[in-house]
Design a protein around this ligand. Structure first.
Ligand code: NDP
Length: 275
């Protein structure tokens, strides 16, 4: 039987590293730390090795198309595809950051939405039958959905929204933010929240597409919130440890063979949340 493989983006620290730690203990297969910076990635491999955990490493900067295609080719060649993909890499400006909203909108959407979409463009076709895809989104994305105007909310909750339409709406948010007109366009004042609304909707679109195009493959795709977790992103006041933040993403990654749900859902604390 071929060796199974799990790949976690942005896993040199924070929740991503904790996800890898948990997978090492629970997953029957190779587990990959990926990081945009090779040095930081290799340090992470060493730190888990010091805990007695064996991981592999591959460079992966989700903002770099060539890095994505190189990694995708590597997993196709070495494993014939990917069994578990966790899109965890993400960024957030600090509340105190003085960068203009236009810049925050463009930079945040670039990584959290467009780069994760690019990852999925190249990796979704590689997901093997029985595979699991977990997109680490946020409760902030769910809250932001409710702060969009009625027309946007309707599209983000609709069953017929396409990836093209969603990407177009995310581009529209950035373009309007650059002109200072996003509020007039029905968007809320949160670049991070909008990026995560987009990522959750994208997960739902991909789940529906896989159910339609590969109905017998039993692949499950979900978005989740890890909770509020003490990391460089969220600071030291957050209630959850990184290991606790990893629980829901890992639960979704390890949904047992033959499971049919959750699929195309937004999940927090292992529970499907209303959208
Ligand atoms: P951290 O800032 O601690 O870690 C983020 C990770 O993403 C780092 O490894 C970082 O790499 C990596 N990353 C950023 N950009 C890229 C890129 N272009 N390519 C590859 N890797 C990249 O954040 P968290 O661990 O807190 O966050 C992990 C995920 O969880 C994010 O998606 C975040 O939005 C989400 N989340 C976090 C919450 C929290 O309370 N912490 C709450 C809800 C959601 P590098 O070290 O090189 O910068």
């Amino acid at each position: 039987m071929s060796i199974k493989v799990a790949v976690v983006t942005g896993s040199n620290k924070g929740i991503g590293l904790a996800i890898v730690r948990a997978l090492c203990k629970q997953y029957q297969g190779d587990v990959y730390i990926t990081a945009r910076d090779v040095g930081r990635g290799q340090e992470a491999v060493k730190s888990l090795a010091s805990e007695g955990l064996k991981t592999q490493f591959h460079q992966l900067d989700i903002n770099d198309q060539e890095s994505i295609t190189t990694a995708a080719a590597y997993f196709k060649e070495k494993y014939g595809g990917v069994d578990v993909l966790i899109n965890n890499a993400g960024i957030a400006f600090k509340a105190a950051d003085t960068a203009p909203f236009a810049v925050q909108a463009e930079v945040t959407l670039k990584t959290n939405f467009f780069a994760t979409r690019d990852m999925l463009t190249h990796f979704l076709p590689l997901i093997k039958a029985g595979g699991r895809v977990v997109n680490v989104s946020s409760f902030v994305g769910a809250r932001t959905l409710n702060n969009c105007d009625a027309a946007l909310q309707q599209r983000f909750r609709s069953e017929d929204i396409t990836e093209e339409e969603l990407s177009g709406l995310m581009e529209q948010f950035v373009a309007q933010a650059k002109k200072g007109e996003h509020k007039k366009g029905g968007w809320p004042d949160s670049a991070y929240g909008t990026s995560k609304t987009g990522l959750t909707v994208l997960s739902m679109i991909h789940a529906r597409r896989l159910s339609k195009e590969r109905p017998s493959d039993g692949i499950l795709v979900n978005a989740c919130c890890p909770g509020w977790v003490r990391t460089d992103m969220a600071g030291d006041k957050a209630p959850k440890s990184p290991d606790e933040g990893a629980i829901t993403p890992v639960y979704l990654a390890l949904l047992p063979p033959g499971a049919t749900e959750p699929h195309g859902k937004f999940v927090s604390d292992k529970e499907v949340q209303p959208w």
